[in-house]
Design a protein around this ligand. Structure first.
Ligand SMILES: [Zn+2]
Length: 280
């Protein structure tokens, strides 16, 4: 079955079980955000179609040092990124065409929406021994994933490489498709903190600046979403950074927003480095 067919099936299933028309429209938009990262897809909204991960062989990457060697951080698209550490590959929310890319040792999936979860991308990355960790509802479509609840911790030993994963709640406080509804309800989505050689790297997933995020401490690198209507504004994300003070912060999942606003709001914040990268 082709990728498009899989998405069509999945989405049809989601449509059938979906209750609110507005929520479905929101999901379609989120799904579209992920799909626009694929090869040959039209961009819509007057934007040129961004390249898929497959078209980023020379994507800009950053390197952080840890007590156990370097970790390479490669932004791919929207909410998708890759970490490489001690010969292991970790993919977060893989979407788009990964068929040509080296396969993953660990895949983390934050949410059920199509800009975070594309089973075809996960399948393309799997090899013998790949560990998949996901928010519990993801297991419906990626059945081999190990569900991880908000607040849970896993200590993985990937061929002698220690990787600690913590699940941080990821949800909306106020934003939703209609009064009394939220795009992301508490308990469904996970952000993840991955600890590699003592460095704590946090991928927030789709969240607003919820108390659990504000309360984080000792984060070395953070990836924060900032798009509307689904998550938060760049200003709100900057206020959140002032609360939990990661040493390095990347805007991601920011389609349609001006990340310079985020950068400017944090100008003069000592000890916080803002990294703007091209995710689209
Ligand atoms: Zn999203």
């Amino acid at each position: 079955m082709g990728t498009r067919a899989r998405f069509t099936l999945l989405f049809t299933a989601l449509f059938l079980i979906g209750s609110a028309a507005d929520a479905m429209a929101a999901m379609a938009q989120e799904r579209g955000a992920g799909q626009r990262g694929q090869r040959g897809q039209g961009g819509g909204r007057g934007q040129q179609a961004p390249p898929a991960p497959a078209h980023h062989p020379e994507a800009r990457f950053d390197v952080e040092t840890t007590t156990a060697g370097p970790v390479k951080i490669t932004p791919l698209t929207h909410a998708s990124l890759r970490l490489e550490f001690a010969g292991k590959i970790i993919d977060i929310d893989p979407t788009g065409d990964y068929s040509w890319m080296p396969k993953s040792d660990l895949i983390l999936i934050t949410d059920i929406h199509g800009d975070h979860l594309q089973p075809a991308s996960v399948n393309a990355l799997k090899k013998q021994g790949t560990v998949i960790i996901a928010a519990p509802e993801v297991v419906t479509s990626v059945t081999e994933a190990k569900p991880m609840a908000n607040g849970a911790t896993e200590n993985l030993n990937a061929g002698g490489t220690q990787i600690r994963v913590e699940a941080v709640p990821s949800y909306n406080l106020t934003r939703g498709p209609a009064a009394g509804q939220l795009y992301h309800t508490k308990g469904r989505g996970n952000g993840y903190i991955v600890t590699l050689g003592g460095k704590r790297i946090y991928m927030a997933g789709d969240t607003e600046c919820v108390p659990e995020v504000k309360a984080l401490r000792n984060i070395d690198v953070a990836f924060l979403p900032m798009n509307l209507p689904f998550t938060q504004t760049p200003e709100e994300a900057a206020e959140c950074v002032k609360a939990f003070r990661p040493k390095v912060v990347y805007p991601y999942h920011y389609r349609g927003q001006d990340t310079k606003v985020f950068e400017n709001a944090l100008r003069g914040e000592n000890g916080v480095e803002v990294r703007l990268r091209d995710w689209y």
